[in-house]
Structure formats: C-alpha cells, structure tokens
Design a protein around this ligand. Structure first.
Ligand code: CP
Ligand code: NVA
Length: 310
C-alpha cells in the first residue's frame, strides 16, 4: 500500500509509474467491492468541495456519487454561485475552504488556477479538468485499457484530433506507464511543445515511444487503442466552424480504424459529436468501450479520493 495521503492531483507527471499503477489497482479493487455489494466507507465524515467553472456530466456526477458511496459528502460549487465569480482571490478562497473541507476538486480554464489553489490550500486539490490537463479521465481510461487488455506496458495508443488537455494527459500517463502514444493533429492544433518534450524525457526511462504526427494513418497503424475528443473544447465554441474545416481529415471512421489491430479499443472521454470527430458506426460499434470507460470515472475517482483523503 502506497501512502498518497495529503497529496494534490494536478497532473500525472507529479506521480511515479508505481503510484499511478497503485491508483489503477485500487480502482479495480473498489469496483469489485461495489459490484459485490460490499459497504466501503473510509471517508465517513469527510467533505469534498467541487468548484466548476465549466459544464460537466461525468465529472460532477461521479465525484458526487463517489463521495456519498465512500461515506462522505460532496458540495457542488458553481463559479457563479460562489464569490470566485465576483473576483474573490483564489488564495483567499483556498485558505477559507481548507478550514471547512477535506479536499477540493476544481474544473477551470487556466491550469494556473489549479496550481494557485493547490499552493494556498492545506487540503488535497484535484484537477477535474483544466485547459492543459484532464488526469482524472486518464486514470479511468488506463484502468479501462488494463481491464480489457490485461496489461498497459507496450500497448500503442493513437490519439486523433485536437492536441488538447486529453492529448496531454494521455501522453503523460502513457509515457509514465511505458505505453506508446502517437498523436495525430492538424497544423496549428498540435499538443503543447513543452508537454511533448517532457513526455519524451519520461519515455527515455520507461521505454515508451511518444510520436506527434500530422498523419492519422501513421498514428493509427497497428494501434491497440484509438482515442479521440471533440474538435472544439469548452471555451473554444466560437471556433467551431473554423475547426470543422481544420479537422475534416481527422475523423475516426471505418476506413481509418481498419489500420489498427483488429481487437483495438475505441475510446472517447465524452461528450462526443457523432459525424464530427467520430462516425456513429465506430463509436457505437463492437470495438467501442465508451460506457465502461465512463463508468470507470466513478471507480477511479473513488480510488483517488481514498488515496488522498482517507
Ligand atoms: N469526460 C468528462 O470529463 O466529462 P464531463 O465533461 O461530462 O465531466
Ligand atoms: N477536451 C474537452 C474534454 C471534455 C471532457 C474539453 O476540454 O472540453
């Protein structure tokens, strides 16, 4: 058992491969307990604050239900309903909230908001998605891959589309875990160069291969996992039309997936737009594991909450 109590969860690069594998293993174990109807409440009396600057279905519901199932309580704090929306400094909010809460989850635009919150809070801070990273999603994603394939090391993940928060966290997590991650993005929408450089550094030690290419065909070739995400993330809605043009050749469809291994998994963090980044025949087809993946948000987050807060 590893001790992660009191740690923040901001991006996967703050964690060792052993720690990430531990969290995934704990998620599998917590899922098993729940399926067996075992009551498991190590967070009795604990409270999680959940700050949302952006919309959410999965993150909100899974954290809230997860806290309840673990014996604790979660508060939904929409930006517009707390003083943050009226300009209260994050540093003040962090110190005040630390006097009431045992943990804080935040979904925000600027990644620095998560870092600032963690700097001033004395309780664990969890990144529930920033413009740079979505590590909670990737814990659930690699848990899902592990359950389906029985291993992670050496598997090839192809990410097709916007070099966004999902691309970054999949690359960092993959590099740590010794997976090969190929990202195919159109010019101007590549993943952040410093994140790629950091992943390549990590990859040197883990035997992982991190590739950024403009070719979806190259990325998908012999892939074990094909992953995509929306073309216009939250906050970029006004670029929708321009992005539809830029990403037209980056759709995951029947023709593209033929290049992957026959038993490839199709994954998507959701919400998805059928007919844009992925066709209905692929996302609703036999290789798609999107609902197991979405379910695992609950189990992976419960593992994280237990590890940081129990
Ligand atoms: N995948 C994900 O984070 O979904 P929500 O935006 O619905 O939380
Ligand atoms: N890249 C998407 C992920 C949503 C879960 C966004 O940031 O909107």
């Amino acid at each position: 058992k590893l001790d992660l109590k009191g740690r923040d969860f901001i991006e996967l690069n703050d964690f060792t491969a052993e720690e990430i594998e531990y969290l995934i293993g704990l998620a599998v174990e917590i899922k098993r307990k729940q399926k067996n109807g075992e009551v498991y409440q190590p967070l009795k009396g604990k409270t999680l604050g959940m700050i949302f600057e952006k919309s959410s279905t999965r993150t909100r519901v899974s954290f809230e239900v997860g806290m309840y199932q673990l014996g604790g309580h979660a508060l939904f704090l929409s930006k517009n309903d707390i003083q943050l929306g009226r300009g209260e400094p994050i540093s003040d909010m962090a110190q005040v909230m630390s006097r009431y809460l045992d943990g804080i989850m935040i979904r925000t635009f600027g990644h620095n908001n998560v870092i600032d919150l963690a700097r001033y809070a004395t309780v664990p801070v969890i990144n529930g998605l920033s413009d740079l990273a979505h590590p909670c999603q990737v814990l659930a994603d690699y848990q899902t891959v592990f359950e389906k394939k029985g291993k992670l090391k050496g598997l090839k993940v192809a990410y097709i589309g916007d070099g966004n928060n999902m691309a970054h966290s999949l690359m960092i997590g993959g590099a740590k875990l010794g997976m090969h991650v190929s990202v195919a993005s159109p010019a101007g929408y590549e993943p952040d160069k410093s994140v790629v450089a950091e992943c390549q550094e990590i990859a040197k030690e883990t035997g992982s291969k991190i590739v950024v290419t403009a070719s979806p065909q190259e990325a998908v070739k012999d892939a074990d996992v094909i992953y995509t995400d929306v073309w216009a993330s939250m906050g970029f809605e006004e670029e929708q039309k321009q992005r539809e043009a830029a990403f037209a050749d980056y759709q995951v469809n029947e023709e593209l997936v033929k290049l992957a291994k026959p038993d490839y998994l199709f994954m998507h963090c959701l919400p998805a737009h059928r007919g844009e980044e992925v066709t209905a025949d692929v996302i609703d087809g036999p290789n798609s594991v999107i609902f197991d993946e979405a379910e695992n948000r609950l189990h992976a987050q419960k593992a994280l909450l237990v590890a940081l807060m129990a």
